[in-house]
Design a protein around this ligand. Structure first.
Ligand code: HPA
Length: 289
C-alpha cells in the first residue's frame, strides 16, 4: 500500500511498508539485549514526581530513550527520558525513568512499545507508579494507594490495530492488577507498619485537570483516584502476559465539592515526593520476595 501510516499509529504500519508493531518491538529489544543480562525479571515505571531511581537498585547501564531505536521520548515535566538496567539481589530490573502520556501526543501504541520490549527481554512483572488526585474524600495528599482495578476514561486503547503477534485479540482484564502481587506488597507494608489505601484508578487523557462536576461524576462511577497515565501500559502488560502491580501517590484532593481548592502543580510534585519516599522501602521489600 502506498503512502505512510497515518499519524503515529504503529499498529497498521506493516501495510505501509514499515516494520510492524512486533518488528518494532524486536528492533528495540535487540538493541537493549546488548546491555541486559540473559533474563530481566521486572520493570518499574517511575511516575510524576517519583523520578529518582530507588537507591536500593544498582544501576548497571543507563540508556537515553532517544538512543533506543523506535522508542518515543518523554517530554512531560518531572519525567527524564532514560532507561536504566539495574540489579537487585541477583535479579535484573529495568527502570523507566520517565513515561509517555497521551497528552504529550504519543499514540497509545507508542506508549505501549516499552512494555512489549520488557516482555521480549524476559520480564514477567511490571510495577507502575503514578501521581493521582484523590476522588475519595477519605484520602489525604501524601497517601499511597494500591491500584486494585481501573476505569479507562481515556477513550483509547493501545491494542487497537494489528498486534496478534504480541498477545490475544481479546485479552482478559478481570484481574488486571495481579492478586498475588497485591498480597506481596501488602505483606511488605505490614512489615513496616505502613498504612496503604486500596482503590480504583480512573484514567483520563488530560492535560487539563478535570472540572469539579467531572470529578464528582468520576467519583460516582466508583473511582477513588484519578490521573493521566498508567492505563495504556497496564492494558498492554495484560495483553502480553506481564503481571502488574500499580501504586498511586496521592498528590491532591480532587473531590470536586464545595471545598475544592485550585490545583497547583507545585503541590502535586511536593506531595508526590512525600509519597514517593514512603514507597521506597515497600518496593525494596516487594522485590526481595
Ligand atoms: N487529576 C488528574 N491527574 C492528576 C491529578 C488530578 O487531580 N493529580 C495528579 N495527577
Amino acid at each position: 500500500m502506498p503512502g505512510t501510516a497515518p499519524g503515529n499509529d504503529l499498529t497498521r504500519a506493516a501495510e505501509y511498508g514499515q516494520p510492524s508493531m512486533a518488528e518494532q518491538v524486536n528492533i528495540a529489544a535487540a538493541y537493549l539485549r546488548k546491555f541486559c543480562p540473559d533474563t530481566v525479571h521486572a520493570g518499574l515505571i517511575l511516575g510524576s514526581g517519583l523520578g529518582d531511581i530507588p537507591s536500593f537498585l544498582t544501576v548497571k547501564h543507563s540508556i537515553a530513550y532517544t538512543d533506543i531505536p523506535r522508542f518515543p521520548n518523554s517530554t512531560a515535566p518531572g519525567h527524564s527520558g532514560n532507561l536504566h538496567i539495574t540489579e537487585f539481589q541477583g535479579t535484573s530490573i529495568l527502570v523507566f525513568q520517565g513515561r509517555f502520556h497521551l497528552y504529550e501526543g504519543w499514540h497509545p501504541t507508542q506508549i505501549a512499545l516499552g512494555i512489549y520490549v520488557l516482555k521480549a527481554l524476559g520480564a514477567n512483572e511490571l510495577v507502575v507508579t503514578n501521581a493521582a488526585g484523590a476522588l475519595n474524600p477519605n484520602y489525604q495528599p501524601g497517601d499511597l494507594m494500591l491500584i486494585e482495578d481501573h476505569l479507562n476514561f481515556t477513550g483509547h486503547s493501545p491494542l487497537i490495530g494489528q498486534n496478534e503477534d504480541l498477545g490475544p485479540t481479546f485479552p482478559d482484564m478481570s484481574q488486571a492488577y495481579a492478586p498475588d502481587l497485591l498480597i506481596r506488597i501488602r505483606a511488605a507494608a505490614d512489615a513496616f507498619g505502613q498504612s496503604l489505601q486500596s482503590g480504583i484508578y480512573a484514567a483520563v487523557t488530560g492535560p487539563a485537570l478535570e472540572t469539579s462536576a467531572e470529578r464528582r461524576f468520576f467519583s460516582l462511577s466508583g473511582a477513588d483516584a484519578i490521573g493521566m497515565s498508567t492505563v495504556p501500559e497496564v492494558i498492554a502488560a495484560n495483553h502480553c502476559g506481564l503481571k502488574v502491580l500499580g501504586i498511586s501517590a496521592i498528590t491532591n484532593m480532587a473531590v470536586g465539592g464545595p471545598d475544592q481548592k485550585v490545583d497547583s502543580i507545585e503541590e502535586v510534585f511536593a506531595n508526590a515526593a512525600v509519597a514517593g519516599r514512603a514507597m521506597l522501602p515497600l518496593l525494596q521489600k516487594f522485590f526481595q520476595n
